[in-house]
Design a protein around this ligand. Structure first.
Ligand code: UD1
Length: 419
């Protein structure tokens, strides 16, 4: 059995660079299916979810060439099927982007219902609503989504809930559709803008990404081109929270400081010293921090994907804090693991009430990707040794995590034990 072993309690110093954004990469790589030509995608993170989506493209008939660890070229000129490999698609959430991309390119798609982290019900009704409004017939039978259209036509689609996945999927379906598509109440996350920029760099006509109304005018064809993915807002935030929890002074490089505003202001409120540069942020924490209240919201609000990590930090901070989860129904399952480390957290519905404590090392389990990141933060701040089981969840979203964290002083290693 594989585990991450962390010996906590020491301060962190040095520099750490952020990789390309996971949630942009897992949308942009399938978006390359829409392009009739070769597209070069740079700054892709070397993580499990990206390797999985690349495998799926290859099985659909795309030619994918690795130029180096973070750059690929995708040639989708000769796709051979619109049926996504079920065994792979069901392993990750972002496989739903194959629906929009294949429907847009081939007018037909068959993709298993997506897997991914379990935060309660994760419906795709808004994706379906968008495809149907554009003229597609969408049915779900035995866990497979079948979508088909004669020719997709532009439509005005209002999203009842702000959904990252539905916004991107509808953009993907719309870029080659006939006429104009308008997405109202669209999500505004940085990776929505990144996907739109990628599509435009390949010849699409997408306007308004980053606002709540996105207008897409369908084009005949998209040509090849080159595009570099933005830095990962969530990885950057994880490193900032880690530095705040362990203390010391860390420069987080390759960051877009504007994307971090919601976190930067929270950390400053708590007493962390933050200095912003053009593409890096310095975190300094020497003294004691104060508790605070956090509410997760769609961007530009506080991201739900940093919720477990900030709960880990607040578990170590003197005083009382509250964290309200407003995006997912059930995203506090990991709390029990922090409680094993001595955290005083009480969950009632969508609110976690936290009373800061000194944490101690313990045997814990990563229950999902960001929960795993939270346990790393708690482990680095705790006294003693923490061993985190199921690190494969962490590998889904963080590349080469032990080596990178060791470079700023985290005492972390991967250990293998006989089962
Ligand atoms: C994406 C991210 C995930 C993040 C989430 C919210 C990827 C691959 N994953 O997930 O890490 O936690 O955004 O920032 O980018 N909803 C519906 N119907 C739908 C779709 C969503 O009701 O058809 C609801 C969901 O139940 C949830 C809310 O909308 O309450 C937001 O979900 P959404 O933004 O779609 O999340 P994902 O795209 O799945």
């Amino acid at each position: 059995m594989e585990k991450l072993k962390i010996t906590g309690g020491n301060q962190l110093f040095g520099e750490i660079a952020v990789c390309g954004a996971k949630n942009a990469a897992v949308a942009i790589i399938p978006a390359a299916l829409l392009v009739d030509g070769v597209c070069r995608i740079e700054n892709i993170p070397d993580i499990k979810d990206v390797r999985l989506i690349i495998d799926m493209l290859v099985q659909l008939g795309a030619r994918v060439t690795y130029i180096d660890d973070t750059t690929i070229e995708v040639d989708s000129s000769n796709l051979k099927t619109c049926i996504a490999p079920a065994s792979l698609a069901s392993k990750m959430r972002a496989s739903y982007y194959l629906l929009g991309a294949l429907l847009g390119r081939m007018n037909r798609a068959e993709v298993s219902l997506p897997g991914g982290c379990n935060f309660g019900t994760r419906p795709i009704d808004l994706h379906e609503k968008g495809f149907r409004a554009m003229g597609a017939n969408v049915e779900i039978t035995d866990g497979i989504v079948y979508a088909q259209a004669q020719k997709l036509c532009g439509a005005t689609i209002y999203l009842d809930t702000v959904s990252v996945g539905a916004t991107i999927n509808i953009m993907l379906a719309a870029v080659l559709a006939k006429g104009k598509t308008i997405i109202e109440n669209a999500a505004k996350e940085p990776h929505i803008v990144d996907v739109a920029n990628f599509l435009n760099a390949m010849g699409a006509n997408v306007r308004g990404a980053g606002t709540d109304v996105i207008r897409i005018t369908g084009v005949e064809k998209m040509r090849g081109g080159s595009y570099s993915i933005i830095p990962d807002q969530i990885e950057a935030g994880t490193f900032m929270l880690l530095a705040a929890a362990a203390g010391g002074e860390v420069l987080v490089r390759n960051i877009i400081p504007r994307h971090m505003n919601c976190l930067t202001s929270k950390l400053e409120e708590m007493g962390v010293n933050i200095t912003e540069y053009d593409d890096s942020i310095r975190i300094e924490r020497n003294g004691k921090l104060r508790g605070t209240s956090v509410r997760t919201m769609p961007y530009p609000g506080f991201p739900t994907d940093l919720q477990p990590q900030i709960v880990a930090l607040l578990s170590t901070v003197d005083g009382k804090s509250t964290v309200d989860e407003n995006v997912w129904d059930n995203r506090f399952q990991y709390v029990e693991q922090l409680q094993n480390m001595g955290a005083d957290i009480c969950v009632s519905g969508k609110r976690a009430s936290i009373c800061g404590q000194k944490l101690h090392g313990a045997q814990v389990t990563a229950t999902d990707l960001r929960a795993g990141a939270a346990l790393i933060i708690a482990g680095a701040a705790a006294q003693g040794v923490t061993e985190i089981s199921s690190p494969h969840y962490i590998d889904r979203g963080y590349s080469d995590i032990e080596r990178r964290l060791r470079s700023i002083g985290v005492k972390i290693e991967r250990i293998f034990e006989a089962d």
